[in-house]
Ligand binder design. Structure first.
Ligand code: GFP
Length: 792
C-alpha cells in the first residue's frame, strides 16, 4: 500500500527527495503559514516570540523530513543500532543549532529579515531545555550531536521531565529555587507520539506457576503507568541524517480502577490516576551528597539490566544462561564519578516493594556471580562482600555499579586519570578480576554548538585561515592553525574577535547587574555546578587576597595591577548548605569590592545567576581566562575546560581529570597549572592537621570569619571546613601555588602577543576534545557500530 501511495504522491508532486524548499520565498511562506495555522496568530501582526514559534515549526518540518528519510534508510540497511540510555539530556536551545546543522541558517536569517525580524533577536526567545544537572547531561547532548553528524544509527532514550532543573533566583545574595516551567509555552522541537506508548508496571507480587512440567515466575503487578513517547529529531551537520532522541512521559494508564469509579469515589479515583504523571514530573537536583542512599547517577539506567533479563526470561521464555549471555553482550557502562560513595545504591526494601520481580532477578544474578567468584578467589569473605551486588548492613542495598560491572563486558571511564582511579581505588577488586573490561574514552564536546553556534566570529576566522569549513566535521584540521600562530594578521584578527565577544559579555553583565566592566581587564571565569570539590571557594579566597593586596598598596603601585573582572556562575543543589553559603560569600565579597572607590576598575566580581547552557554560550567566547580548580583526583573528566579551550581561552587549572590530557595536547607552557597532583593527595590527607596552611590563606579566612564582609555567624560553618585537619579539599595546601599561577596569568596578560599566541595554540590543540572523537572511539571499541549515511 505504501508503494502505491508513494507512486501517487510522486505523480502529483513529482519525485522530490527534499519535499520542502529552502529558498527565501518558500521559507517566508512557511514561517507565515505556521504563524497563521499552527500558532493561530495573524500572519500580518505577530511579535518576536510568535515569529520564533513560526520559524521553529518551519525548521522542525525540515528536521522531520530528514528524520523520516534517515529512519527509512536505517530500516532498509538494517545496521546494528545503538540505544543510548540516560536519565539526563541537557539540550539547551535547539533553533540555532538546528539551522546550522541543516545548513540553512543564512537562508532563514534572510527570510526573517524580509519579514521584518532579526534572526538573533528571534532566537533569543527560546528557553533552555534543561533536563539535566550538569556535566554528565550536557555530555549526552554533545554525544547525540556527534552520533548524528557521524551518521551512526543511534537512538537516545531519556525522560521528558515536566520541570527541568530549577531556576536559580538570587535574592539579597542568597540562592532561591523556582520551578522551571519549560513546557508552558509549548515545545516546537518535539513530536508527541500518542500511539507509541507502553505499560510500565510497579508493585505487586511474584507467583510461581507450573507450565509443561517447569516452574516459572509470574509477576502480578499492582499498578500500571503508561509511558508515552515524545520524539526529538537531532540533525547531523553536513549530512542528511537526523537521529531521534525519544523522551518518555509518564501518563495514567487506561486500565481504570473500576471499583473506585463504581463505588462513587470518582474524584479520588481521578486524583490517584494523576499521581502516575509525577514519575516524570521533576528532574531530581543532584547534590551528590554522599550520605543519601539513593542517588541520581550514571548507574541509574542500570535497572534496565534486570528489565532485559525479565523480558527475556519471563516473557520470551529463554533459559537463564541464554538470557544472561544476550544481556551481558548488549550492555556497556560508563561511569562518570571518582567518588565510590557517590555510586548509587537502592535499598532492598524499596526495590522489593516497587519492583519485586526485578529484585529477585538481581538476587539470582548475584548468587551466580558469587558462586563464580568463590571458585576463582576462594573463601576471601572480605573481598566477596566488597564485590557483592548486595550490600549487607543497617540498610541492605543493591549496588547498582556492581550490577553494571558484573553484567557489562566493557566498563568505561571518561578520562585517562579517571581510568587510573577506577583501577586503583574505586573498582580495584573488579579490575583485578577482569582487567580486560576496563577502558576509558576521553570526554569531548561538540565544536558545532560550542564554536559554530556560540562563537560565529571565531568560527569564520578559523575557516578563513584554514581555507576550509571542513574542521566543523573533521576537527583534526584545527591543528592547522599552528602554522599561522605567529602571523601578525591572524593575531590581530584573533584579538578583534575576542574584543567583540567581550563587549557582548560586558553588555550582558551590565544589563544583569548594573556593573560596568572595562574591556581592557582580564575576564576571568569560573562557571560550573557549585560544589566543594570544584573549589569555587578557593577562587573567592583568591579574590579576597587580591583585594587585600590592592588595598594595602601604595597608590603609585596600583598602576601595575592587571585589572580583572572575575565572573562566577553556577547552581547549588537545593539541599547543599555549604554550596549555598559559597554563593552568598561570593555576593558579599562582590558587594564590598565593587563599591570600593580605592579599587575602581582594578577588580570587579560578578556572579551570573541561573547558569545554564545558553548562558555558557555567551560567557565562554567572551572569557580570557577560565578556572578549573578541582582538588586532584575528584573530577572524573570535566568538559567545561574543553569548551573554553576550543574558544581560545587560557586555562588555569589543577592536573585533574581531562586537564592532564589537555596538557599533553596544548603543552603545559600554554596553561597555568598549580596544586597537588593526583598521586600526592592521599599522602597529604594522611598528614591531617599537621598540614599547615600558609599565612596568606589564614589571613583571608580570618577576614571572612571576623565578619569583614558581614554575616559572621552565617559563614562560621563554611570557615570551619578550612581549619587545619578539616580541610578535606586542600584549599590551604594549594593556596600558595594557586596564587603563583594567578600571578603568572597576570604577567602573561600584559604581554598581549604572548597571550594571543597561547590562545591560538589552545584552539589548535583542542581537536582531541571533540565529542566526534569520543563517539568514534565508542563506536569502534565499545559498541561495534558502523556509520549508515542516508543518501542526499
Ligand atoms: C560528571 C563528572 C565530570 C564529567 C561529566 C561527564 O559531571 O567530571 O566530565 O560527568 O562525564 F563529574 P557532573 O554530571 O557531575 O556535572
Amino acid at each position: 500500500e505504501s508503494g502505491e501511495r508513494k507512486a501517487k504522491v510522486e505523480k502529483m508532486f513529482g519525485f522530490m527527495d527534499a519535499f520542502l524548499k529552502n529558498d527565501s520565498f518558500s521559507l517566508q511562506k512557511d514561517i507565515l503559514d505556521h504563524v497563521e495555522y499552527t500558532v493561530a496568530r495573524s500572519r500580518f501582526i505577530f511579535d518576536d516570540f510568535e515569529a520564533y514559534q513560526g520559524l521553529s515549526y518551519s525548521v522542525r518540518d525540515r528536521l522531520i523530513e530528514r528524520w523520516h528519510d534517515t529512519h527509512r534508510y536505517f530500516k532498509k540497511k538494517d545496521p546494528k543500532r545503538l540505544y543510548f540510555l540516560s536519565l539526563e539530556f541537557l539540550m539547551g536551545r535547539s533553533l540555532s543549532n538546528s539551522v546550522i546543522n541543516l545548513g540553512i541558517r543564512d537562508q532563514y536569517a534572510d527570510a526573517l529579515n524580509q519579514l521584518g525580524f532579526e534572526f538573533e533577536v528571534v532566537a533569543e526567545q527560546e528557553g533552555d531545555a534543561a533536563l539535566g544537572n550538569g556535566g554528565l547531561a550536557r555530555l549526552c547532548a554533545c554525544q547525540m550531536d556527534s552520533l548524528a553528524t557521524l551518521d551512526y544509527p543511534a537512538w537516545g532514550y531519556g525522560l521528558r521531565y515536566q520541570y527541568g532543573l530549577f531556576r536559580q533566583i538570587i535574592l539579597d545574595g542568597f540562592q532561591l529555587e523556582e520551578p522551571d516551567y519549560w513546557l508552558n509555552f509549548g515545545n516546537p522541537w518535539e513530536i508527541e507520539r500518542v500511539h507509541v506508548s507502553y505499560p510500565v508496571k510497579f508493585y505487586g507480587t511474584v507467583e510461581e506457576e507450573g507450565i509443561q512440567g517447569q516452574t516459572i515466575k509470574v509477576w502480578i503487578p499492582g499498578e500500571t503507568v503508561e509511558a508515552v513517547a515524545y520524539d526529538n529529531p537531532i540533525p547531523g551537520y553536513g549530512t542528511r541524517n537526523a537521529i531521534n532522541l525519544r523522551l518518555w512521559a509518564a501518563k495514567p494508564s487506561d486500565q481504570y480502577d473500576m471499583e473506585s469509579y463504581n463505588t462513587g469515589d470518582y474524584i479520588n479515583a481521578i486524583m490517584d490516576r494523576q499521581k502516575a504523571e509525577t514519575i516524570s514530573n521533576v528532574l531530581y537536583p543532584d547534590d551528590r551528597s554522599y550520605q543519601v542512599a539513593l542517588q541520581i547517577n550514571d548507574t541509574h539506567p542500570s535497572l534496565a539490566i534486570a528489565e532485559v533479563m525479565r523480558v527475556l526470561v519471563d516473557e520470551e521464555h529463554l533459559d537463564w544462561s541464554r538470557a544472561w549471555d544476550i544481556t551481558s553482550r548488549v550492555f556497556s557502562f560508563t561511569t562518570h564519578t571518582v567518588h565510590a560513595e557517590a555510586l548509587e545504591k537502592i535499598p532492598v526494601d524499596l526495590l522489593g516493594n516497587l519492583l519485586p520481580r526485578h529484585l529477585q532477578i538481581i538476587y539470582e544474578i548475584n548468587y551466580k556471580f558469587m558462586e563464580e567468584l568463590k571458585s576463582m578467589i576462594g573463601q576471601d569473605y572480605d573481598r566477596l562482600s566488597r564485590m557483592s551486588i548486595v550490600e549487607e548492613g543497617a540498610v541492605k542495598s543493591i549496588r547498582m555499579a556492581n550490577l553494571s560491572i558484573v553484567c557489562c563486558q566493557i566498563v568505561n571511564g571518561v578520562s585517562k586519570v579517571h581510568l587510573d582511579l577506577l583501577k586503583e581505588r574505586v573498582f580495584k577488586d573488579f579490575y583485578e578480576l577482569w582487567p580486560q573490561k576496563f577502558q576509558y574514552k576521553t570526554n569531548g564536546v561538540t565544536q558545532r554548538r560550542w564554536v559554530v553556534v556560540s562563537n560565529p566570529n571565531l568560527s569564520s576566522l578559523i575557516s578563513k585561515w584554514l581555507g576550509t569549513e571542513s574542521w566543523i566535521r573533521n576537527v583534526d584540521l584545527l591543528a592547522g592553525l599552528r602554522q599561522h600562530v605567529s602571523d601578525p594578521d591572524l593575531q590581530r584578527e584573533w584579538k578583534m574577535v575576542k574584543k567583540v565577544n567581550k563587549a557582548r559579555l560586558a553588555e550582558y553583565i551590565e544589563t544583569l547587574s548594573g556593573i560596568k566592566v572595562s574591556l581592557d581587564a582580564m575576564f576571568d571565569v569560573q562557571i560550573k555546578r557549585i560544589h566543594e570539590y570544584k573549589r569555587q571557594l578557593l577562587n573567592i579566597l583568591g579574590i579576597i587576597h587580591r583585594y587585600d593586596c590592592i588595598k594595602n598598596m601604595e597608590t603609585s603601585d596600583r598602576r601595575k595591577v592587571v585589572p580583572r573582572v572575575c565572573i562566577i556562575g553556577g547552581k547549588a543543589a537545593p539541599g547543599y548548605d555549604i554550596a549555598k553559603k559559597i554563593i552568598k560569600l561570593c555576593h558579599v565579597v562582590a558587594e564590598k569590592i565593587n563599591n570600593d572607590a580605592d579599587i575602581g576598575d582594578l577588580l570587579k566580581l560578578v556572579f551570573i545567576p541561573d547558569y545554564n547552557v545558553s548562558v555558557a554560550e555567551l560567557v565562554i567566547p567572551g572569557s580570557d581566562l577560565s578556572q578549573h580548580l578541582s582538588t586532584a583526583g575528584h573530577e572524573a573528566s570535566g568538559t567545561g575546560s574543553m569548551k573554553f579551550l576550543m574558544n581560545g581561552c587560557l586555562l588555569l587549572a589543577t592536573a585533574d581529570g581531562a586537564i592532564v590530557e589537555i596538557m599533553e595536547e596544548v603543552g603545559a607552557d600554554n596553561m597555568f597549572l598549580f596544586g597537588a597532583k593526583v598521586n600526592e593527595v592521599p599522602a597529604l590527607h594522611e598528614k591531617g592537621a599537621s598540614l599547615k596552611a600558609p599565612l596568606q590563606f589564614l589571613r583571608v579566612v580570618r577576614m571572612v570569619r571576623d565578619g569583614y564582609f558581614g554575616f559572621k555567624d552565617y559563614f562560621k560553618s563554611l570557615c570551619d571546613t578550612l581549619e587545619d585537619g578539616k580541610d578535606f579539599y586542600l584549599l590551604g595546601y594549594d593556596f600558595a601555588s594557586y596564587l603563583e599561577a594567578q600571578a603568572a596569568a597576570d604577567r602573561t596578560f600584559v604581554d598581549p602577543e604572548k597571550w594571543i599566541h597561547m590562545s591560538i595554540l589552545s584552539t589548535a590543540g583542542s581537536g582531541k576534545f571533540s565529542s566526534d572523537k569520543t563517539i568514534e572511539e565508542y563506536a569502534k571499541h565499545t559498541w561495534g557500530i558502523e556509520p549508515c549515511k542516508c543518501p542526499f
